[in-house]
Design a protein around this ligand. Structure first.
Ligand code: DX5
Ligand code: ZN
Length: 227
C-alpha cells in the first residue's frame, strides 16, 4: 500500500483573516503546516488583486517555515528578484504567463530559491515536458486561478498522474502540488493521482473549529489513505 504520511500541507493565506494575518500564520505553523502558500495576483493574469513582496517580508520576520510564493501575474520575471529579496523560499510562475519560461526558471534558480511552475486547468501536461528537469515543484491548478473557495475540478486528476509519470520517466525529484478546492473529500483524489503537497485555503483558514483542526482534518484522511 502507498504511504501518504509524507504528503505536505500548505495553507493558503488567501483565506486567512487579514486583520490578524501574523497570528493566523503562527496558528497554522503551530498546527502543523509544512509550508505557507502566498497567492500573488495582479488583476491582469487573473481578475483579482491580492498582495506583493511586502507581505512576504512581514511573514518572513515572524516564521522560518517555507514560504511558497505563487505568482499569478503577467511578466513575472520583473518581480522575481523582489520576492526573493523579501524572503520567498519557493517561487512559482505560470507557464501561461511566461513566453521565455526557460529563462525565467533559471532566474529563480540563480536567486537560490526553489523553482516552481504552475499550470492552469486547460493547459496540457505536455506544456512542461521541456522544463521538467529544471523545476523543484509543479503547481497543478485544480481550479481556475483567481479566487479561493472554488470547487476542485475532477478532470485535473489525469493530468496529475501524467505529470507524475513524466517526472518518473526522467528520474527527476519534483514535488507535485495541487492548488484549489482541496478539502478532506477531494485531497485523496489528488494524492492518489500523485500529488504530494496540498494547498488548502478555505478548508484550513475557514474551518469552523479553527485552523489547527483544518490541518488535522486533512492529515486524518491522509492517514486513513495510508492504511
Ligand atoms: C487560487 C489560489 C489558491 C487558493 C486556494 O487562485 O491559487 O491558492 O487560495 O483556495 P481554496 O483552498 O479556498 O480553493
Ligand atoms: Zn495558489
Amino acid at each position: 500500500m502507498n504511504s501518504f504520511d509524507d504528503v505536505k500541507i500548505a495553507p493558503s493565506i488567501l483565506a486567512a483573516d487579514f486583520n490578524y494575518l501574523g497570528q493566523q500564520v503562527t496558528d497554522a505553523v503551530d498546527g502543523g503546516a509544512d509550508l505557507i502558500h502566498i497567492d500573488v495576483m495582479d488583476g491582469r493574469f487573473v481578475p483579482n488583486i491580492t498582495m506583493g513582496p511586502i507581505v512576504v517580508r512581514a511573514l518572513r520576520e515572524i516564521t522560518d517555515v517555507t514560504l511558497d510564493v505563487h505568482l499569478m501575474i503577467v511578466e513575472p520575471e520583473r518581480y522575481i528578484d523582489a520576492f526573493a529579496e523579501a524572503g520567498a523560499d519557493i517561487i512559482s510562475v505560470h507557464v501561461e504567463a511566461s513566453p521565455h519560461l526557460h529563462r525565467t526558471l533559471q532566474q529563480i534558480r540563480d536567486l537560490d530559491c526553489r523553482v516552481g511552475v504552475a499550470i492552469n486547468p486547460h493547459t496540457p501536461a505536455s506544456a512542461l515536458s521541456e522544463v521538467i528537469t529544471m523545476v523543484d515543484l509543479i503547481n497543478v491548478m485544480t481550479v481556475n486561478p483567481g479566487f479561493g473557495g472554488q470547487s476542485f475540478i475532477m478532470d485535473t486528476k489525469s493530468k496529475i498522474a501524467q505529470l507524475k509519470a513524466m517526472i518518473n520517466d526522467v528520474h527527476a525529484n519534483v514535488d507535485i502540488e495541487v492548488d484549489g478546492g482541496i478539502n478532506p473529500e477531494t485531497a485523496p483524489h489528488a494524492t492518489q493521482a500523485g500529488a504530494n503537497i496540498l494547498v488548502a485555503g478555505t478548508s484550513v483558514f475557514k474551518h469552523p473549529d479553527g485552523i489547527a483542526k483544518g490541518i488535522a482534518s486533512l492529515r486524518a484522511v491522509l492517514a486513513r489513505q495510508s492504511e
